[in-house]
Design a protein around this ligand. Structure first.
Ligand code: ATP
Ligand code: MG
Length: 287
């Protein structure tokens, strides 16, 4: 059974004003347990609005969202359950750090869940380990951490709730390549250790191409595509029309193919591009 089913949801902002806008139009998809799904789309396409629907921070105007088969907006209890089971980490989550110590900040979610002191402590340590935050940093103020450490601390706060579905809105925005790789690695750690479903919203085609099992493409409030990495990039022309791009590796391979090299352009990561080029050069007797 799907963990999360989104059925035909629509939503708009500022109804009854000149600024009225339809942010989501008849969006439907479902997520299986343990999947890592990438959500891409031009700025303003409705990605963050959609993510806030998934843990009931925003409620659809029509359609419904089922978590483990139950409507998350059915009643107060269902809403609360969705807030605990679907962990949402906003873009630049470090701006929401507010406690005196990292330990207190990470324990905020588990505390709200009414867990025992001991369970909370365990969860904080486990979450800190998953995100690679050293134990000695837990007693420090989050404001004394580096940018990358702050991001880890904020994500640990969501992970400490052990959500069944972990949603990260632009988790690597503003980080350098090392910070980016670190964040992606910890997300993968969480998924491997818990079997949770993970959704990553990103503007980076290279990130979705390298880590996602499936990609959802949003365009002007609608779900334009829902498929595997290779399915999605067969639509590269439409993607470009939506203001999106194809991964750097794909661009390189397409350019080389256009120059007459007999290589596959069905390549989405730099590792696969390197392998394909080595194979080509060996075939040509050049290496
Ligand atoms: N609180 C709000 N009030 C009014 N309009 C909003 C609000 N939040 C978003 N919108 C509008 O709804 C539409 C969808 O916005 P949303 O933030 O979901 O897009 P996004 O795909 O996450 O964009 P980005 O890539 O820039 O983060 C946009 O037109 C945006 O201007
Ligand atoms: Mg957004």
């Amino acid at each position: 059974m799907a963990v999360l089913e989104v059925k035909n949801i629509s939503f708009g902002y500022s109804h009854g004003t000149p600024f009225e806008i339809t942010a989501l139009k008849n969006v439907s998809f479902s997520l299986e347990k343990g999947e890592l799904v990438g959500v891409i789309g031009h700025t303003g396409s409705g990605k963050s609005t959609l993510m806030q629907m998934l843990n009931s921070l925003l409620k659809p105007e029509s359609g419904e969202i089922l978590l483990d088969g139950k409507n998350i907006n059915a009643d107060k209890k269902s809403v609360k359950e969705a807030r605990h089971k679907v962990g949402l980490c906003f873009q630049y989550p470090e701006y929401q750090l507010f406690e005196e110590t990292c330990f207190k900040d990470i324990s905020f979610g588990p505390k709200n869940m009414g867990l025992s002191e001991e369970e909370i402590r365990q969860r904080v340590y486990t979450a800190a380990e998953i995100v690679g935050l050293q134990k000695e940093l837990l007693d420090k103020s989050p404001f004394d951490l580096s940018g990358g450490q702050k991001r880890r601390c904020a994500i640990a706060g969501v992970i400490a709730m052990l959500p069944e579905v972990l949603i990260l809105d632009e988790p690597t925005a503003g980080l350098d390549p090392v910070g980016r790789a670190g964040v992606l690695e910890m997300i993968d750690n969480y998924r491997r250790q818990t079997g949770a479903t993970v959704i990553i919203v990103t503007h980076s085609m290279d990130i979705v191409a390298s880590i996602a099992d499936r990609i959802l493409v949003m365009n002007k409030g609608e779900l334009a595509f829902n498929g595997s990495v290779s399915d999605i990039f067969t639509h590269s022309r439409e993607l470009v029309r939506m203001g999106l791009d194809v991964p750097v590796a794909t661009k390189i391979m397409l350019a080389l193919r256009n120059k007459g090299l007999e290589i596959s352009s069905d390549i989405y990561t730099l590792e696969d591009a390197a392998k394909e080029l080595c194979f080509f050069l060996a075939k040509e007797g050049k290496i």
